[in-house]
Design a protein around this ligand. Structure first.
Ligand SMILES: Cc1cc2nc3c(=O)[nH]c(=O)nc-3n(C[C@H](O)[C@H](O)[C@H](O)COP(=O)(O)OP(=O)(O)OC[C@H]3O[C@@H](n4cnc5c(N)ncnc54)[C@H](O)[C@@H]3O)c2cc1C
Length: 556
């Protein structure tokens, strides 16, 4: 391997790092895992990506463990942006926004969302799939994971927004993928190159298993498990779209070098109704009532998260700037004072939008009245203007980072972190999940995209303790049948990686699992892209690589 690294160093020079500090930094993402890379390489352009892929393909036979793991900001919670061979860092050079308009963003994949946001805001636009990690993550990672966020209630996961992807495949060539009609597909399938082979084989695979594939899509608002085969080919519309397969593929099919993504309009006015539950057991009953009012976004978090948010609000100082931070802190303290020391168990944030302030207000008041008449007594508070709601949004969006950074000696262990079911099932589903949390004595916190029936239940664990680790597998084994009973998914947005990859067969069944595997092998028969993730993951390998240290502070 040393000879190979020397050869690579001659090509990539300062853009290749093998020092201990870099390896340590890149050996973690936001998952419970740790894989130490041999080297971290930052390609300057598509030609570099091609050279890297050609190099790995040429030497794979002699060095079977040689592989490439694409990595953007490394905030993945499923362990898919770490690798034990070569990590390809996309943030150093692939960071140009080409164009931004009110309807479309054209960008390189390594651009941070915090840099994209202001560009789109100039056009009164935003991304509809933006995750809570928006202060930390990149657009390439969003496509890689098929991420989602608070706006996904209306706009879906990232797959719904992607319009075109440039991807370097295993033959080291860059191809542009976008939706095409059957006539264009027929032309593609006649090509004698690797691209032609991909179109031919994926089309045949889907055609031969059409009904099975269509039915396999989880019946939840959101899903980021498996490969999106069900969204590639539609006999009714005649549209064939490989961007759907590449989105959410976690760098296991190729490396994305360019992205076109739809932008959506920013609302003229918005306002928030805060709903406070005294007991988490009421969550299941209140969620469907709130969703029946069709809010624009519907998020929430628990008292542990809220307490941390209040205590560590200083964390946001750098991100917000001192003036804005002071303003928000004052508003937050004003809100907290109203609780007189009795924080609610769950805080729900229900946001409505409209063209006028009055329109927003009437929607809020309608829900407020319905809640007041409900048999479960809840407290509510109208934060009618956007300013007042800002600190709550900061806490919700940073909820996971607060747990990761501020609870000493415990690790926010993401393994039951992303289940999603249709909201109508929440009243039945949620108590069953809580039963398992109690059974395994998991000190879990709750946050999530409540409107989508998508829950982030994050146990705080001493992750290095074998006794704690032993709880993970049986808890997963008990959770999956509950999720499946309601047609849901174990991952609404955090994808498979090392944590859920080993459970793909259980979630989707043997036939679909084999079809996912076939899909992987059409693109990557030698497994040069991101091994041990998704269909290539194994529970033993994952559990052998549980992280040894505590946490990475994402807000440093
Ligand atoms: C505090 C916190 C909050 C979070 N909240 C949310 C949330 O609300 N919603 C949500 O969906 N997720 C959330 N996440 C998870 C994560 O932030 C998102 O999935 C995010 O979009 C990942 O972006 P990234 O730039 O960090 O990607 P990375 O972690 O670097 O990569 C993610 C995946 O994409 C692949 N990839 C990256 N770049 C490329 C490329 N150029 N070509 C091919 N593959 C590539 C990687 O191999 C990996 O499999 C959260 C994480 C944290 C730490």
């Amino acid at each position: 391997m040393n000879t190979l690294l020397t050869e690579l160093k001659a090509i990539f020079k300062d853009d290749m790092r093998t020092d201990a500090a870099t390896k340590e930094e890149y050996s973690h993402d936001a998952s419970i895992y740790e894989l130490v890379p041999e080297a971290v390489i930052s390609p300057k352009n598509t030609r570099d990506v091609s050279r890297l892929i050609a190099f790995v393909t040429a030497h794979k036979h002699s060095y079977p463990s040689l592989a490439l793991t694409a990595r953007s900001a490394g905030t993945c919670m499923s362990g898919a942006s770490i690798g034990s061979s070569l990590v390809v860092d996309m943030t150093r050079h692939f960071n140009t926004i080409h164009t931004a308009s009110s309807t479309l963003l054209h960008t390189q994949p390594g651009v941070y969302i915090r840099d994209i946001d202001p560009e789109l805001a100039k056009h009164n636009a935003m991304l509809g799939c933006i995750p809570a990690s928006r202060a930390l993550n990149t657009i390439g990672g969003m496509v890689g994971n098929n991420s989602a966020g608070e706006q996904s209630l209306r706009y879906g996961n990232t797959d719904k927004s992607v319009r075109e992807l440039s991807v370097v495949l295993r033959d080291a060539q860059e191809y542009i993928f976008a939706p095409i009609n059957k006539k264009q597909l027929d032309v593609k399938m006649k090509q004698s190159n690797f691209e032609g082979e991909i179109y031919r084989r994926v089309y045949q695979l889907i055609e031969a298993n059409y009904d099975e594939i269509k039915q396999a899509r989880p019946r939840a608002h959101k899903n980021s498990m498996g490969y999106n085969l069900w969204a590639v080919w539609d006999r009714d519309t005649g549209i064939f779209d490989l961007t759907q397969l590449l989105t959410g593929s976690q760098g296991t099919l190729g490396i994305i070098t360019d992205i076109k993504m739809a932008a959506v309009p920013k609302a003229k006015h918005s306002g928030l109704l805060l709903v406070y539950l005294t007991n988490v057991k009421h969550l299941g009953e209140i969620i469907p009532l709130v969703t029946s009012h069709h809010p624009a976004t519907f998020e929430g978090f628990d008292d542990i998260t809220f307490n941390l948010g209040i205590k560590y609000f200083t964390m946001f100082r750098k991100q917000l700037g001192t003036k804005e931070w002071l303003k928000q802190q004052t508003m937050l303290l004003g809100s907290v004072a109203k609780f007189r020391g009795h924080l609610p168990n769950i805080i729900m944030m229900v946001e409505f939008e409209g063209d006028t302030y009055d329109e927003v207000n009437s929607k809020i008041v309608a829900l407020d009245n319905d809640l007041k008449n409900h048999r479960i007594k809840v407290r509510t508070e109208i934060e009618g203007n956007e300013e007042l709601s800002k600190p709550f949004w900061e806490i919700r969006r940073a909820s996971l980072a607060l747990l990761r950074n501020q609870i000493h000696g415990k690790y926010a262990a993401a393994f039951m972190d992303d289940m999603a079911v249709e909201p109508r099932f929440v009243p039945e589903f949620f108590p069953q999940v809580r039963k398992i949390v109690r059974k395994y004595k998991l000190a879990a916190t709750i946050a999530g995209h409540f409107g989508d029936g998508n829950f982030h239940i994050i146990p705080l664990m001493t992750i290095t303790d074998p006794a704690e680790q032993l709880k993970i597998e049986p808890a997963m084994r008990e959770l999956i049948p509950i999720v499946l009973k309601y047609g849901g998914t174990m991952a609404g947005e955090h994808n498979d990686g090392m944590i859920r990859g080993p459970w793909l067969r259980t979630q989707f069944g043997d036939t679909m699992y084999e079809l996912f595997k076939d899909t992987k092998e059409i693109f990557d028969p030698e497994y040069i892209f991101n091994p041990h993730k998704k269909t290539d993951a194994s529970w033993d390998y994952s559990m052998d690589h549980i992280r040894s240290n505590r946490s990475r502070n994402f807000y440093k």
